[in-house]
Design a protein around this ligand. Structure first.
Ligand code: ZN
Length: 882
């Protein structure tokens, strides 16, 4: 239930809390349908608050209130007022601290929103970020109220043999009638969004880590018994992350125990609750035969992410939710670097930029565009976005580029030293970076306040007589909702120059004495000139190396120049990028031919470029495989004025077919060279071989020859690792393979007891370009394994169809949109957070032709008329239509 008009919260309205809660003593009498919560709160007026009222207002939602005591005295109904979102105690002591004891009941089983305390299969668990604690008990549910928590869990010994909460276990005992209890104490004051409890029938894998100062930390991963054999990788990842944070940031773990629990029902990836992380099973469980190489990588990344939050998020937290990027942007940057160090820096950077440019750029250009530090929201859950996370990480990365690794470390040291134990703002973070390095970051702060992706244009001019290169570089930022006019941003542009024989040309700016192999230009104005001297011939420019800032860069250049960079650029990112630009250009031209009914002719330059890549020998095979990937349909769509989903698909397919036809010999050679049984091996060599081999198989499969069909079938049948099995099944499902139905059935039979593998089975069918897909997807809704109450399952069917299958989702008769509209209306009541995320596929309606625009808008308007529309769905739908 919500107010008729959902309220907007503004950053400018921030005021310090009127009251502080110093200590919380929680007692849970656990029951799946009626859990009794008793909260004893030590409260006092905040001396920094200028507020005058004598009332105390606590947040609370969907709570059944039983009793309220103030300093030991029971309050009557006249002493307080209950609203759907609050408990107001009319009069509390103003001069001294006081104690409030509240008892209430909650129903975890009825909680399908998965926020607060809920039931996942046989496990009770919590999710409190951002504002879920108020669904457990009445509280000051805001991150700048930090309290010391003691938690006692009481429950039936057989039903809930394991009882976990934050901190250290300080006492336990037995009670009558098969009950037992455990008390946990967290010595660190924390905001309530970091509270967690878990209770149920869980098994545990244990290990140990010795910190740099010699302290022994117990590490425990809790899972269902069935999954005990899938925890080894997550455990190793945790130890890797702990070591990395010591080595790179000098940060050590603080409690004696670190617990991770894997749950099957979870709205997001994982949650960094103090000492007790709760994870989506997807980011914990892995065994070579059930998880792909990319699953392995993501698990290590998310384990790292949540671990790193212990310093960037928990020890130092956010003052308010507008500052979310303070912890998320920084922590994503940290996990990106961790994964880069653990795997391949080049590959990780490309993967991250790919995601940023396809998803975040679209968000930044759409109706929900917001700065990494938003200034208003209706529902904070809607602001756990690619912008706050991924663009936030890019902004931190730019600081790293500007200050250098050492300067950045000085800044982070100062940040930890200054703010340990506090709830702070993005400004505090930038201040620490600034003060530690003696630089002025005033203009840099605009990155926190301005939305939209800046457009940077570079126009080069070489003067033969003076042997100089003039670069005129300009920037503009497009208007976004609420921000019609923008100021220029400081943009670091990493740049190198090459001579025509492929050698490095000197980078010598006119005002600098020494020449370098590479330089970082600082663009700060709307337009600037940079002059490079001492260039004996016109150089080829390699700019925005490593994607040094989150911008869209344009510069006129020939296809030959791109092919040259693909061959010679020593920057791994730009080398790959040159190939992407070359392919994009060719595909975008073909789309026009397709639209105008011309024959699709493939320019030989792209075949030559691929051939050249295929014939070199590569040390990093994963990187090699990325060079063989064409830009995705979604990335191509990003680059079109009016998106044509069919044109994109068929033009891209035509290029793939041409490459496969002309280079099949080499593809087959490479396939056979690298097709080995290396199941269970997860070193970069084995992973790279699998990536190359499967990339080649994907090309070969579009030829639809009986030989290749039997190759993929053989790989499917003999695969002992999920990477190979899934790669084979994908090409079988996505092409005209006679064994398709049988393989899908066999796969289901083989894996029906592994939920995460069945998710892959749903997602694969939902993202197939084959003509039967829409019918398959609607049919799968009725499959016994489909469950609207499980977010992973919803994402694997509804999410994959609407976000990873542009061809069919955007069917011009509108059936894809109607399908999604139906699902969102269903999800609105079950799980508003997931409903609102699914809605993102409709928010981009302005990017399509008039017919599709109307059909998409129809669904948004229909969703707006939903009874009891949640604030989550309301905010996204209404802002999309505005
Ligand atoms: Zn995070």
């Amino acid at each position: 239930m919500r107010d008729a008009n959902p309220q907007t919260v503004y950053l400018k309205d921030y005021t310090v809390p009127e009251y502080l809660i110093h200590e919380v003593d929680l007692k849970f009498n656990l029951d799946d349908e009626c859990t009794q919560v008793t909260a004893k709160l030590k409260i006092s007026r905040n001396p920094e608050s200028s507020h005058q009222s004598e009332a105390l207002t606590l947040h609370g939602e969907k709570l059944e209130l039983i009793s309220v005591l103030l300093n030991g005295e029971a309050l009557s109904k006249d002493d307080y007022q209950q609203t759907p979102t609050a408990l107001i105690i009319h009069q509390v002591p103003q001069k001294q601290a006081f104690e409030v004891i509240i008892e209430n009941h909650i129903n975890p089983k009825a909680n399908t929103a998965l926020e607060g305390l809920y039931l996942s299969k046989s496990m009770l668990c919590t999710q409190c970020e951002a504002e879920g604690f108020r669904k457990i008990t009445y509280f000051l549910d805001r991150p700048d109220v930090m309290s010391r928590f003691t938690t006692t869990l009481i429950g039936d010994k057989s039903r809930y043999p394991v009882l976990l909460s934050n901190g250290n276990k300080i006492a336990q005992g037995e009670l009558l009638e098969n009950d037992h209890w455990v008390t946990w104490e967290d010595p660190f004051a924390k905001p309530c969004y970091l509270f967690a409890l878990v209770a149920g029938q869980l098994d545990c894998v244990a290990d140990r880590f010795t910190t740099m100062s010699g302290r022994n930390i117990d590490l425990q991963i809790f899972v269902e018994n069935h999954d005990l054999d899938k925890c080894a990788h997550a455990m190793q990842a945790l130890k890797n992350a702990m070591l990395w944070d010591e080595q790179v940031y000098g940060r050590e773990y603080d409690l004696d125990l670190y617990m991770i629990v894997a749950v099957g029902h979870f709205n997001m990836g994982a949650m960094e609750n103090k000492g007790l992380n709760v994870f989506n099973t997807k980011f914990v469980l892995a065994r070579p035969d059930t998880a792909t190489d990319s699953d392995y990588e993501h698990i290590e990344g998310v384990i790292g992410h949540e671990y790193f939050h212990n310093w960037t998020g928990n020890r130092i937290t956010c003052r308010d939710w507008f500052q979310l990027s303070l912890k998320e942007g920084f922590t994503v940057f940290r996990d990106q670097e961790f994964t880069g160090d653990r795997t391949s820096k080049a590959v990780k950077r490309i993967e991250d930029v790919n995601m940023l440019r396809t998803r975040q750029f679209a968000e930044d250009a759409g109706p929900m565009a917001h700065p990494i530090r938003p200034d208003a929201y209706i529902e904070i859950n809607n602001f756990y976005t690619l912008t706050v996370y991924e663009k936030g990480a890019e902004v931190v990365r730019m600081l790293h580029t500007l200050l250098g690794a050492e300067g950045f470390r000085k800044g982070s040291d100062l940040y930890f030293q200054r703010h340990d134990g506090q709830a702070v703002t993005c400004d505090d973070f930038v201040n620490a970076m600034q003060d530690a390095n003696g630089v002025d970051l005033t203009e840099f702060r605009r990155w926190y306040a301005q939305a939209g992706t800046p457009l940077v244009n570079v126009s080069p001019q070489y003067d033969e007589a003076s042997q100089t290169l003039h670069l005129t570089i300009s920037q503009t930022s497009p208007p976004t909702p609420g921000q019609p006019v923008k100021e220029p941003l400081p943009i670091p542009l990493r740049l190198g120059l090459l001579y025509s024989d492929g050698s490095i040309a000197p980078c010598q700016l006119k005002e600098q004495s020494a020449s370098k192999n590479e330089t970082v230009l600082q663009l700060t104005e709307k337009e600037q000139q940079f002059i490079f001297t001492g260039l004996k011939e016109k150089p080829v420019i390699s700019i925005l190396r490593g994607f040094s800032s989150p911008v869209k860069l344009t510069m006129e250049r020939s296809q030959d120049e791109l092919a040259f960079l693909l061959r010679h650029d020593c920057d791994t990112f730009n080398r790959w990028e040159a190939g992407q630009q070359l392919s994009s250009r060719i595909i975008l031209n073909l789309i026009e031919d397709w639209r105008d009914g011309r024959e699709l002719k493939i320019e030989p330059v792209i075949v030559d470029a691929f051939q050249q890549v295929l014939e070199q020998s590569w040390e990093d095979l994963s990187y090699f495989s990325l060079l063989l990937n064409l830009p995705s349909e979604i990335y191509l769509a990003e680059q079109m004025q009016v998106i044509d989903p069919e044109g994109i698909h068929y033009a891209r397919e035509k290029v793939i077919l041409t490459l496969a036809e002309q280079l099949q010999k080499r593809f087959l050679e490479l396939y056979q060279l690298y097709h080995k049984d290396e199941s269970g091996q997860f070193d970069s060599g084995a992973i790279g071989r699998r990536r190359i081999k499967n990339a080649c198989l994907a090309y070969l499969s579009v030829l639809n020859t009986p030989e290749i069909q039997s190759l993929s079938l053989a790989q499917f049948k003999s695969a002992k690792n999920m990477t190979d099995q899934m790669a084979a099944l994908s090409v079988i499902v996505n092409n005209e393979h006679p064994g398709k139905l049988q393989c899908l059935t066999d796969f289901y039979q083989q894996w029906q007891n592994e939920a995460l593998v069945i998710d892959k089975w749903f997602a694969l069918q939902a993202s197939s370009p084959m003509p039967e897909t829409f019918d398959t997807v609607t049919g799968l809704l009725d499959h016994p394994a489909f469950d609207m109450k499980n977010p992973n399952r919803v994402r694997s069917l509804v999410g994959a169809f609407s976000q990873a299958n542009p061809l069919h989702f955007h069917a011009s008769n509108g059936q894809g949109y109607r399908f999604l509209g139906d699902r969102i209306i269903e999800l609105n009541t079950l799980n508003p957070q997931v409903a609102s995320r699914m809605l993102s596929a409709l928010t981009q309606w302005r990017r399509f032709d008039e017919t599709r625009q109307q059909l998409m808008k129809d669904q948004l308007e229909r969703i707006m008329t939903t009874d009891a529309i949640s604030p989550d769905v309301y905010e996204v739908a209404s802002k999309s239509l505005a």
